[in-house]
Write a protein that binds this ligand. Structure first.
Ligand SMILES: NC(=O)c1ccc[n+]([C@@H]2O[C@H](COP(=O)([O-])OP(=O)(O)OC[C@H]3O[C@@H](n4cnc5c(N)ncnc54)[C@H](O)[C@@H]3O)[C@@H](O)[C@H]2O)c1
Length: 425
């Protein structure tokens, strides 16, 4: 317990976890009173796994009809959401579904979340960007994540790419949190190593970043009565601690051997616990800078987070010292000297990221030195995340982190004067 906490905790309404748990879904959906659903997935799951067919047939037998939309794509765009809305509404011929099911990674879950808003009216998703007015209630969502991962099955937001300017926009409201998140580790057994690595690092980043973020007592809720994110608390930190410990034990094991079912289950638990932490605490600089890096390089969400993570932790060595030492202990780092333990943690994380086949500096992602000022500015423009970074001078810290991530410099030594003089104002 932390006496100053102001907890505003929002989990999904129901959480079901277990190998083979998907078999429970048809009767549960019928029990909840749903009768007509839309299942959002992609072509891989529709054609290369039995899961879609098995669910649709069993649901039909339980009295629930399901329309399958299998046009999901990686990093869905607002344009994809709008065309999916038109296509599904046309097939439904004026009937309104009473629930939406998402089967897939964060991309399919986010597309399904957005469709929960657009399918009723047919309006373009752009009209829902930002925070929803309370009159706009989305359709209930059931999320079946197939990566361990993004945690979108427990968060209030859908992230879509705006094709007009390649930036990511968010549709965000606690009403968008799934009514049911069903986590069946068997769904993740088919993940290839690069998807396992990307998603796993995303989960670890969620856990560490939310463990170190601004306190709930200091979080700027902007006067919102029902904020999606509201800072770290004893409750979110409890989930983050468990998630970090599980990632330390299972992430590399999962990557090295996708058939290791204990490790797969371990990462599924890590991912949902990380989401129960960051899904209420929120995130800060890793994601804030990674969004800008993704805008520049079009590399995946997990990869851009992974590159930034060790450098961001280095910047918190003063303000989050005790917490960083605790994270180091979760990775079995035993140096008694706290500075050394924190340095070892940053290096160990970077080595782990390299061992997952992910680049470890911005140059390796193709970022040019001339882009660094603009990149820093774009990252600072994500003010929701920048404001939650617990350092005194966020702009200066972001510039230093970006410069270090470019040079691959993790040490405490000041960078060369020429290197640090980024014009980010
Ligand atoms: N809404 C949120 O809270 C939130 C949080 C983090 C990330 N995201 C979003 O999630 C997306 C990334 O999601 P992701 O990392 O889960 O990857 P993904 O959903 O983009 O999937 C990547 C690829 O892996 C394939 N795949 C997924 N599961 C598989 C499986 N079990 N077997 C074989 N192939 C599989 C997919 O078909 C796809 O081709 C990004 O668009 C990001 O913006 C959203």
């Amino acid at each position: 317990m932390r006496e100053d906490d102001l907890i505003h905790f929002c989990p999904p309404a129901r959480l079901i976890i277990g190998a083979g748990a998907r078999a429970q879904l048809p009767s549960l959906v019928a029990h909840l009173g749903y009768r007509r659903g839309v299942l959002v997935t992609d072509i891989f799951f529709a054609t290369r796994t039995p899961w879609v067919r098995e669910y649709v047939e069993a649901a039909e037998a339980a009295g629930v009809s399901t329309l399958v939309f299998d046009g999901g794509q990686r990093d869905p765009t607002t344009a994809l959401c709008d065309s999916a809305t038109r296509e599904v509404r046309e097939v439904l011929g004026g009937a309104t579904p009473d629930h939406v099911i998402a089967l897939g990674g964060g991309s399919n879950i986010d597309l399904a979340k957005a469709l929960c808003l657009t399918l009723q009216s047919g309006k373009p998703v752009r009209e829902f960007v930002g925070v929803l007015p309370s009159v706009r209630r989305p359709l209930p969502l059931i999320a079946l994540p197939t990566t361990a991962g993004t945690g979108s099955e427990a968060t209030p937001g859908a992230i879509l790419v705006d094709p007009l300017n390649s930036t990511k926009v968010a549709v965000m409201d606690n009403a968008l949190r799934p009514q049911l998140a069903l986590i069946d580790p068997e769904f993740t057994y088919t993940c290839p190593p690069n998807v396992t690595a990307d998603a796993g690092i995303d989960a670890l980043t969620h856990a560490i970043e939310s463990y170190l973020t601004i306190d709930s007592s200091e979080y700027d809720r902007g006067g919102h009565a029902d904020p999606g994110y509201s800072g770290r608390s004893s409750l979110t930190m409890m989930f983050a601690r468990e998630a970090i410990t599980l990632c330390a034990r299972y992430l590399k094991r999962c990557y090295d051997n996708g058939g290791d079912t204990e490790a797969r289950a371990g990462m599924c638990h890590a991912s949902i616990y990380a989401a129960l932490s960051y899904g209420s605490a929120g995130l800060n600089a890793v994601h804030g800078i990674a969004y800008a890096v993704a805008g520049l390089t079009h590399r995946s969400h997990g990869t851009t987070n992974a590159v930034m993570l060790p450098y961001v932790l280095g910047a918190l060595a003063e303000t989050r010292r005790d917490d960083l030492v605790q994270v180091a202990r979760m990775f079995d780092i035993s140096e008694r000297d706290e500075d050394e333990a924190i340095q070892t943690l940053c290096h160990m994380l970077r080595d782990m990221i390299a061992s997952l086949g992910i680049p470890t500096d911005l140059r390796a992602l193709g970022v040019e030195h001339a882009s660094l000022s603009g990149l820093t500015r774009n990252a600072l423009n994500v003010t929701r995340l920048a404001k939650a970074f617990p350092v005194a001078d966020v702009a200066r810290a972001y510039a230093d982190i970006v410069q270090r991530a470019y040079c691959g410099e993790l040490g405490k030594t000041p960078l060369q004067i020429g290197d640090t003089a980024l014009d980010f104002n």
